[in-house]
Structures are given as structure tokens and as C-alpha cells.
Design a protein around this ligand. Structure first.
Ligand code: HEM
Ligand code: HEM
Length: 145
């Protein structure tokens, strides 16, 4: 398994554990519901989306028989997704306290997380189109179509 597949799966379950912890805290203390957008994005952008990124990077090259278009983009995408989401969560937590840094932190995180999603789209789209055939187990290349 590629390092970035493992890293996306581990990031996903890490965000799940943080997201549900905040969910329980909100359930117990309704004052914390001001942090709902942080909870929503930890779970939906963290757990759900990162699980999909990781599984797609493992499965789509195998479904299509095409090598992943770019391993480098996949690695960069992991960093963009995680740093972006971390900044978004910080921004969402600062916003209810009317801290002037909040929109900047949230906006920066949002741009990084969105760039990560665009890179994923490009990488998976190009993999489906299959410019690079997957190597066969015997070292030769299989026909693409
Ligand atoms: C132990 C697990 C969880 C607990 C205790 C929990 C708790 C909560 C609470 C207290 C709220 C606020 C409800 C309100 O506004 O009155 C909420 C909102 C929300 N939660 Fe969770 N949550 C959990 C897991 C999850 C997971 C795994 C996801 C997504 C995969 C999720 C997605 C959402 C969404 C989308 C909202 C916002 C709903 C809306 O906009 O009205 N939650 N959650
Ligand atoms: C670059 C990625 C994303 C950015 C920058 C972003 C940004 C935002 C912002 C600024 C809000 C308004 C929060 C507020 O009410 O204060 C919001 C709400 C919401 N977003 Fe996102 N989002 C992103 C991705 C996603 C994804 C991938 C999902 C689902 C899979 C999602 C689900 C939601 C939901 C359910 C709400 C309503 C939250 C609530 O009920 O409090 N977002 N998003």
C-alpha cells in the first residue's frame, strides 16, 4: 500500500475521533454548539472525504488497470488536505469569539482544502484516462485498452 493511502486512512480515522469527541461535548453542553461548523468539517471533510481520498487512490488504479497518474500530487494533496482542514477548524473555533484573525485563518484553510480537492479531481481524472498503463507482475506493461 502506498504511503499516502495509509496516511489518508489514518488521517481520516484521526479526524473521526476528534469530530465525534467534539460532537459528544456539544451534546453534553449545548453552549458548545457554536463550534458546530468545526464538528461538521472534522467529520465530513476529515473523516468522510479523507477516507474516500485514501480508498480511491488504492482502488481506482486497480479498477482501471492504469497506473496512478501522479504519486507526487497524491502526497502534496495529503498535506494540503490536512493543513487546510486544521486551519479551517481553528478558524471555525475562533469565529464565535469575534477574533479578527478568524476569517483569514478560515479562508486560508478553505483555499488549501479546496486546492487539495482540485488536485484529487485532476489526479483521478487523469488516472481514469490512463496515460500510464499499470506494470504487470512480470515487469512488462499491459495494454491500456
Ligand atoms: C458520537 C458521534 C456524534 C455526536 C455525539 C454528534 C453530535 C452532534 C450535535 C450535538 C450536533 C449539533 C446539533 C444541533 O445543532 O442542535 C451535531 C451536528 C452535526 N453533526 Fe454530529 N455528532 C456525531 C457524529 C457525527 C458524524 C460522524 C457526522 C458526519 C459523518 C456528523 C455530522 C453532523 C452534521 C452534518 C451536523 C450539522 C447538522 C445541521 O446542520 O443541522 N456528526 N452533531
Ligand atoms: C474546501 C472545502 C470546504 C470549505 C472551505 C467549506 C466551508 C464552509 C463554510 C464557511 C460553511 C459555513 C459555516 C457556518 O455556518 O459558519 C460551511 C458549512 C457547511 N459545510 Fe462546508 N466547506 C467545505 C467542504 C465541505 C464538504 C466536503 C462538506 C460535506 C461533505 C461540507 C459540509 C458542510 C455542511 C453540512 C455545512 C453546514 C454546517 C452547519 O450546519 O453548521 N463542507 N462550509
Amino acid at each position: 500500500m502506498e504511503w499516502f493511502v495509509k496516511a489518508f486512512l489514518k488521517a481520516s480515522i484521526t479526524w473521526l475521533s476528534l469530530g465525534v469527541t467534539l460532537g459528544v461535548a456539544m451534546a453534553v453542553d449545548p453552549k458548545l454548539i457554536v463550534y458546530r461548523p468545526a464538528h461538521v468539517h472534522m467529520n465530513l471533510l476529515g473523516f468522510v472525504t479523507m477516507m474516500i481520498y485514501g480508498i480511491a487512490y488504492h482502488v481506482i488504479p486497480r479498477f482501471t488497470g492504469h497506473q496512478l497518474h501522479s504519486r507526487r500530487i497524491a502526497g502534496v494533496q495529503w498535506w494540503l488536505a490536512n493543513v487546510g482542514l486544521l486551519l479551517m477548524v481553528v478558524g471555525f473555533c475562533l469565529a464565535p469569539h469575534a477574533l479578527s484573525a478568524a476569517p483569514f485563518v478560515l479562508g486560508t484553510g478553505g483555499v488549501l482544502a479546496a486546492m487539495s480537492a482540485y488536485f484529487f479531481v485532476y489526479n483521478i481524472w487523469s488516472t481514469i484516462d490512463g496515460a500510464k498503463p499499470a506494470p504487470s507482475p512480470h515487469g512488462t506493461t499491459r495494454p491500456t485498452r
